[in-house]
Write a protein that binds this ligand. Sequence first.
Ligand code: DC
Length: 442
Amino acid sequence: MIRIAIDGPGGAGKSTVAKEVAKRLGIIYVDTGALYRTIGLWMLRHGVDPKNSDGVVSSLGHFTLELRYIDGRQVILLDGEDVGDSIRTPEVSMAASAVSAIPEVRAYLLDMQRGIAKENSLIMDGRDIGTVIIPDAEVKIFLTAKPEVRANRRYLELQSRGSDTTYEAVLAEMNERDKNDAERAIAPCVKADDAFLLDNSDIDFDGTVDIIIKRVRKCEESLEEQRKKHTAYMKTHRWMAPLVRWMFHVKIRGAENIPASGGVIVCANHVAIRDVFVIASGMNRPLNYLAKKELFKVPFIGGLMKKCGAVSIDRGGNDVAALKTAIELAREGCAVALFPQGHRNPGVNPVDTVIHNGTGLIAYRSGKDVLPVCIKLKKFKYAPFRRVEVIFGKVIKHSELGFTNGGNEEYRSATEKIFDEIVRLGGYDKLPSEKYGEGGRQ
Ligand code: DC
């Protein structure tokens, strides 16, 4: 199943491009703007001011809205009537923009949109598809163009339908709608962090479609590659995990907090080299971690590391490659292991070190949630080994990390929030703020 989210301002050509992509890939096309337009149309027909949110909200139960697919074409039935092109007028555009800023209207349409996305391979266009409706879409595109270019396209389209509007009027209306859509408090039209920005001001229709199809093909190839790697990893995991748990006396807690799929940053304190194996032994999905390329040359260990999901990085004296690789892996849907401490700290208090901010940066750039993990050493009376307790905490949502525009201060505070949770899971004392601060390192 492939889900393509395509967001962006009006007039960028989302719907025509999406229709063609859908045709070529044999998937359905969902035009979510048409749903808001249909609600706007109902309000105009019934004399309800689309800007009056009380009036709009109290009208929501007074009509039925149905989305159907007839010969692959989307049809919207408003009280049983196919609304067709009557939702494509400038008045309805403005009404749609106004009603779409009302939280209850968005909530009213949410389940309908998510329901379709759950069941089908599709390309869905709108304003919040990649950020709210299908945040885990396989491909995310933010399609835009300069306002003058978009206004001209819309003007030509309206003219071809017999409208006598002027270019200036279309541009003014488009600027107002862009402002409403981008500045509204709920689900504003913004690019998802992990969306591909495609400005097609100077690219024609075919060129735009080709770029999107290429991205979809690349994504399909990488999904296939991932599926193969997943199978190979789980084959080794089946015998390695019990062995590791037995060898190191591992006790796993909170396994129910591990997300079953999707990109996630697995963040733990670092006690010993075995940490990554110990964490992986408690996870029923592949865990990727970054290891120096020299380690892969070590006989047996190198091969085993590869099988266990390690990714070779050529650090060449800096950490940029490691950061980039971790971000890409998480974006591709992998679970990526990180140790904010950077170095092992096997002391009495295994969390008491300086914490690097690279974790915050990776969380910000990947747009993914964080799974906090605490590795705790326990005394074990019958063996020379100490028992290792691995505690998986509840996922910290990306939206809870307080990111706005990124930057060292935000990375520092996100890292602090994540590591605070790791410390709390282990029952250790909170680290003083001065411990967080080495910007951009991992
Ligand atoms: O894409 P469009 O021009 O048909 O959208 C009509 C309006 O609906 C637009 O002003 C923004 C709003 N909209 C939205 O808020 N969220 C969506 N997913 C799709 C459209």
